[in-house]
Design a protein around this ligand. Sequence first.
Ligand SMILES: [Zn+2]
Length: 309
Amino acid sequence: MTHERTDQHTRMAREGRTLRTRDERERLCPTPGASVAQSPTLPRNPDGWFLHVPFLQRVVMPGKAEDRRLAKPDLKVGTLDLYADSTVGAAWAGDRVPDVRTLWHAQENAQREKTLQKVARNQRASGRPVKGERSNQALWQTIRGRDAALAWRMAALIVTWAVAQGIQVLVFEYLRPYRPTRGLSRSRRTNRKRSYWHRGQIRRHVRDLALRQGILVVERHPAWTSQVCPHCHRLAERFSPGGSGYPSRLRGGGCGWSGDANVAAALNLKRKWDRTFRYPTKAERQAAELRRASNGGAAVNPGQVPISV
Ligand SMILES: [Zn+2]
C-alpha cells in the first residue's frame, strides 16, 4: 500500500493534479476483511502516555434498510428489546420465531444501584460538597468501569447470537428521550438514568460489531409494542403474576394469550419492520382505559408505558 501511495503521488505530481481519481482512492482502500495498521499516535491523559495504534478495516455497507426489505422480503430479521434487567432477542424465519433469547443483567443493575447508594451515603456523611472538588472518585470509577465492560459484553453476546441465527437485519426499538420518574430515592433515580444511557451504549456497540458481520441495524418506534397481543394484535392488559408489584406479564383480550410483556414487545417490533403493525383503535383504547380505571390500574398511553427497572 505504501508503494501504491508513492506511485500515486509521483503520478499526481507529474500530471499536476492534487485530487485522486475514484479508481486511485479505491486502490488505497484495504480489501474487505483485512485490517491495516495506521500511523500510531501518542495521546496523553491524566494517567500517563498511551501509544495508540489505529487499525483500518473496510466494511461493505449492506445498503439502505427499506430498499433491502422491499427487494428481499425474506431477509432474516432479529428483533431486540433492551431493558434495565434483561435484553430480549427474537430470531425470525418468515412468520415463525425459531429462537427467543433473554439475556439477564439484573444482577449488574442491582449492583450499580448499591454502589450509587454508597455514593449517596458518603455524600450525606461528608455534608456540603466542596466546590471544585470531586468526591467519591473511586466509586464513580468503579461504576464507569463496570458499565463499560457490561456494555461490550452484552453487545458481543447479542451479535454472536445474531450471527449464529443467521440474522441479516437487527431491529431495535428507537430510544425515546429519558424522562425522570418522580418519587424515587436519589440513588434509584440516578441508576435509572444511568441504565437508560447504558442501553444506548449497548446499541452503539452492537451497531459497530454487527456492521463488521454485514448485519444491518435499524431502529423502529416502540409505541404500543409492549401493549398489544403478539397473536391477535389486539390491545392486551398488563398484570403482575402475584397480583401486586410490577406488571411484567401481558394478557391478550381477544385470544386469551398470556406471556412476558418484554417478549411480546420484541415480537411486536417485527411488525414495525414489516410495516404491518396494527395500532389499537380509539374504541379499543377507550374500553381499555375504562377497564383500567375500574380496577385502579395504570393508564394506557404510549408515552406512559411503565419502564421495567
Ligand atoms: Zn391475542
